[in-house]
Design a protein around this ligand. Structure first.
Ligand code: HPA
Length: 272
């Protein structure tokens, strides 16, 4: 049983380094139905996550996820397909272990994508929203426990959890920004919970990403999160939510999302 501690993350990072000659500068972590971004990576090597020591074991055999390392618009880029979720029964430490390993590989920008429900009625299904802040309603925090000083300080600041520079680039592409409220799931929110999230200032609701964002910040990576609006959240639309609807809408958005990511990587590479 893995503790997901420093030594274990080091070992996982070592394994990946031995398989790839490149040091990835930017990591892209893709959510439900959004994994196609990996198709545009050139000169790539693919690592099956199940081969990596200490990596959180998938509850569905053969679906552990993949790491793709290669070039995107000249930039050394890593795509992590298939994050693990808190609602699957993984601990917060397991959910954020890959994030820690990415930092130990040398990753500087952590770009995560997810599917979300829109609380803000002005948002549209299929829209990509740049997250500007979050509200953690998951009931836990991945940094709970003995602090590992080689990774972070005890009380990391979250004022700029979503990198102002990366947000500025995303805004320049015409993306709107929003606040993401994370629930544990796996049931979708009730209409009353969605109403509460809206009153608290959320524009989006979802079940992922926030633990990773907390850990990525605590380790000093710059973070950007792209939320794809899969549906209007419960009670905002009169329709019931289905997993098929969410996945169908995500598949339709994945091309647009890939373009946003390519443009972002291009801008990061130009800025070097
Ligand atoms: N709620 C939470 N997570 C989601 C939703 C939602 O409405 N849509 C896609 N992921």
């Amino acid at each position: 049983m893995s503790d997901y501690n420093y030594e274990e993350a080091f070992e996982a990072a070592d394994f990946i380094k031995a398989r790839s000659p490149r040091t990835p500068q930017t990591a892209i972590v893709t959510g439900s139905g959004l994994g196609d971004v990996a198709d545009i990576i050139e000169d790539k090597i693919i690592i099956d996550a199940s081969e990596i020591p200490n990596w959180p074991r998938s509850t569905a055999p053969g679906h552990a996820g993949k790491i793709i390392i290669g070039k995107l618009r000249g930039r050394d880029t890593l795509v992590l397909q298939g994050r693990v979720h808190y609602y699957e029964g993984y601990s917060m430490k397991a959910v954020t272990f890959p994030t820690r390993v990415l930092k130990m590989l040398g990753v500087r920008e952590y770009v995560a994508t997810n599917a979300a429900g829109a609380v803000n009625k002005a948002l549209e299904v299929g829209e990509i929203v740049a997250v500007r802040d979050h509200i953690n309603l998951m009931g836990s925090n991945p940094l709970i426990g003995v602090n590992e000083p080689r990774w972070s300080v005890r009380f990391p600041d979250m004022t700029n959890a979503y990198s102002p520079e990366l947000r500025e680039i995303l805004r320049s592409f015409g993306l709107r920004e929003g606040v993401y409220a994370a629930f544990s799931g796996p049931s979708y929110e009730t209409p009353a919970e969605v109403k509460m999230a809206g009153l608290l200032g959320a524009d989006l609701v979802g079940m992922s990403t926030v633990p990773e964002v907390i850990v990525a910040n605590s380790m000093g990576m710059r973070v950007a999160v792209l939320s794809c609006v899969a549906n209007m959240a419960a009670g905002i639309s009169p329709d019931m939510l289905t997993e098929e609807e969410v996945l169908d809408n995500m598949k339709r958005t994945s091309g647009k999302l890939a373009r946003v990511i390519v443009n972002l990587i291009e801008r990061l590479e130009e800025a070097e």
